[in-house]
Structures are given as structure tokens and as C-alpha cells.
Design a binder for this molecule. Structure first.
Ligand SMILES: [Zn+2]
Length: 131
């Protein structure tokens, strides 16, 4: 997989730190019991600013999927499957799903997170079919 290197921000740095250890963490708002993604300064539902990262088991179901044939920018290898994943423990993620053949990724497919070291600093989360 080839694509531009994500640049961690103050908000996303704990996410990338966890990814480097092979852990998936998702912003969690205790005020309204919501898990959300991507990290934002305030909870997208109740606007509470005091959310924190919570671990996710990284297992879920493909809610929707599209096969991207036209690169969104330089450095992306196409085609690739881009899917909305419903995580079992709450929250949804937009992520690459690597099932070998992008056309093989289907709605309802069970997937789990995996991480691929992209640079020394950045491990990218993506999903693979659960076996
Ligand atoms: Zn909230």
C-alpha cells in the first residue's frame, strides 16, 4: 500500500501512538456514552470537550463499501476498497479493507483491524476479513 504519510496532530497523536503498538483506540464521550471517529475537539453529539480515547477490540462488520479506482491524491495505489466499518464495541470507522481483491469486500463482511508499519513513526490501521 502506498499513500501519503499521515501527520499526527495534538488531537490524533494518542491514536497514532496506540496504532504503533498495534492497538486501536476510539474517541469516547462519557457525557453521552458515544464512541466516534474521527477525533474532534468536542463530542459531535453533545459538544462535551472532555472525551478520551478508549480501546476497541477492532472487530466489526462492513456497513458500506466502495471500490476507489481514481486515486484521491498522489501516492495511492488503486483500486482499493474503502469501507464504513461498524465496530462491535461501538463507533464507526472509514477505513481501507484489504481482502486481496477489492471487489470481494461486501456489506455484512466480518472484519478485524490490523496495522501496517508505514514509516518508523506511523502504523496505519486497516481491516482484513475475519477468519
Ligand atoms: Zn457526547
Amino acid at each position: 500500500m502506498s499513500r501519503p504519510v499521515p501527520v499526527p496532530t495534538e488531537l490524533s497523536e494518542p491514536f497514532w501512538d496506540a496504532a504503533r503498538r498495534g492497538d486501536l483506540v476510539i474517541p469516547y464521550c462519557p457525557s453521552c456514552d458515544l464512541r466516534f471517529f474521527v477525533p474532534e475537539p468536542a463530542c459531535p453529539r453533545c459538544m462535551a470537550p472532555d472525551w478520551h480515547y478508549a480501546p476497541s477490540a477492532g472487530q466489526g462488520t462492513v456497513y458500506s463499501v466502495t471500490v476507489v479506482h481514481r486515486a484521491p491524491g498522489p501516492g495511492f495505489d488503486t483500486p482499493f476498497a474503502l469501507a464504513v466499518i461498524d465496530l462491535d464495541d461501538g463507533g464507526t470507522l472509514l477505513s481501507h479493507v484489504d481482502a486481496g481483491d477489492p471487489e470481494a469486500v461486501a456489506i455484512g463482511m466480518r472484519v478485524r483491524v490490523d496495522f501496517r508499519l508505514f514509516t518508523d513513526e506511523i502504523a496505519l490501521p486497516y481491516f482484513v476479513p475475519e477468519r
